[in-house]
Design a protein around this ligand. Structure first.
Ligand code: OSB
Ligand code: MG
Length: 369
């Protein structure tokens, strides 16, 4: 397969609800759509999931666009790709910029799977026909609103509830949730809001029977997390700290976590996500698929990834209608009874609604290779 044409689109979409974490609040979502066309005219799509502000990782929509246009796409010129795993190798001389790499790599995966007549799930070796999903609920203005959101989510059938916590909105909040919802599968995500100075507070998490606590400490740490894991019963799940399969291996070896959240963008693509899955599987560490408030294309790739066997907890891949008035794929991603049926169509399994894409496009760059 030779990639002949790449179209980079920058989109801006308004979310149905603003989403708040310990690092900030998002209402409009900027992201990239990468379209690749091979020498036979097959098309593939990938989503660039960096935010417009560098508060989750150091990448932004604009740094991704720069990396993709000026470095990554030119590296594909003249390359014959036998298998999408090779893209990771082709990009190896560029450090980090994982979300930029993943956007291009996922487009190549989609294109290749279509060319081979495979679903993306089949192409990566996934076997599940349906996947379980939970929902991530952002910080809310007050407890009443949060209760309302949890109730709605449970009524929709989501398999577990994840809430965001931050200093000042933690122990009391969780204790109120537990009082109201004693049995619900519940976890909390701190997005790096604490340090070991908060050890006594973090120990109190054990009383809430959380499935796990996600990324309590610094985004680049695995040492303090290991110290913390020794002091608490609640399993630690790492998100921001794991950027590669090597990171996963080191964190497991140190005892920094008992679960890993895999995000395709954060780790630089589908191939690296698969590698993390495999490293964790061998070590007996379950993984689950995180989310980046994706539009339909990113969501489709997440669904395919989740079909791998060691994705053992429900992911954050809620349906299109949890985020958007109207998504950019057809059909939209539908969650029923907390599960998503994996599409049987080739590639990522959803059509891109190009008129809807055009409607949200603020920039379009075409590169002929
Ligand atoms: O840490 O998992 C996170 C959203 C934005 C940035 C980071 C995170 C999240 C979520 C929501 O938790 C996941 C989703 O619904 O896509
Ligand atoms: Mg997280």
């Amino acid at each position: 397969m030779i990639i002949r044409d790449v179209i980079i689109r920058k989109l801006e979409m308004t979310m149905k609800n603003s989403f708040s974490t310990s690092f900030g609040t998002m209402k409009t979502r900027q992201f990239l759509i990468i379209e690749v066309v091979d020498e036979k005219g097959n098309k593939g799509y990938g989503e660039g999931v960096a935010f417009s502000i560098p508060w989750y990782t150091e990448e932004t929509t604009e740094t991704s666009l720069h990396m993709i246009r000026d470095f990554l796409v030119p590296m594909l010129k003249g390359k014959t790709i036998q298998h999408p795993d090779e893209v990771n190798e082709i990009f190896k001389s560029i450090r980090k910029n994982n979300m930029a790499k993943a956007a291009v790599e996922c487009a190549v995966w989609d294109c290749w799977a279509k060319r081979q007549g495979l679903t993306l799930a089949e192409a990566i070796g996934g076997k599940k026909e349906k996947i379980d999903v939970g929902i991530s609920i952002g910080l809310q203005a007050d407890f009443e609103t949060l209760t309302e959101r949890i109730n709605q989510s449970l009524k929709s059938g989501f398999k577990r509830i994840k809430v965001k916590i931050k200093p000042g909105h933690d122990i009391m909040l969780l204790s109120q949730i537990r009082e109201r919802f004693p049995e619900v599968p519940l976890m909390a995500d701190a997005n790096s809001a604490y340090t070991l100075d908060d050890l006594e507070l973090l120990k109190q998490l054990d009383q809430f029977n959380l499935t796990m606590i996600e990324q309590p400490l610094a985004s680049d740490d695995i040492v303090d997390h290991a110290t913390l894991q020794q002091q608490i019963q609640t399993p630690i799940c790492l998100d921001e700290s794991i950027l590669s399969a090597e990171d996963a291996r080191r964190a497991i070896q140190l005892g920094s976590c008992r679960v890993i959240n895999v995000k395709i963008g954060r780790v630089g693509g589908m191939t690296e996500a698969k590698k993390i899955h495999d490293v964790c599987q061998r070590a007996g560490i379950p993984v689950w698929c995180g989310g980046m408030l994706e539009a339909g294309i990113g969501r489709a790739h997440n669904i395919a990834l989740t079909t791998l066997p060691n994705f053992a907890f429900p992911g954050d891949t809620a349906g299109s209608n949890s985020y958007w008035e109207r998504d950019i794929i057809s059909p939209e991603v539908i969650v029923q009874d907390g599960t998503i049926m994996v599409s049987k169509l080739n590639g990522m399994g959803y059509d891109v609604d190009l008129s809807e894409v055009d409607h949200h496009t603020t920039r379009r760059i075409e590169i002929k290779l």
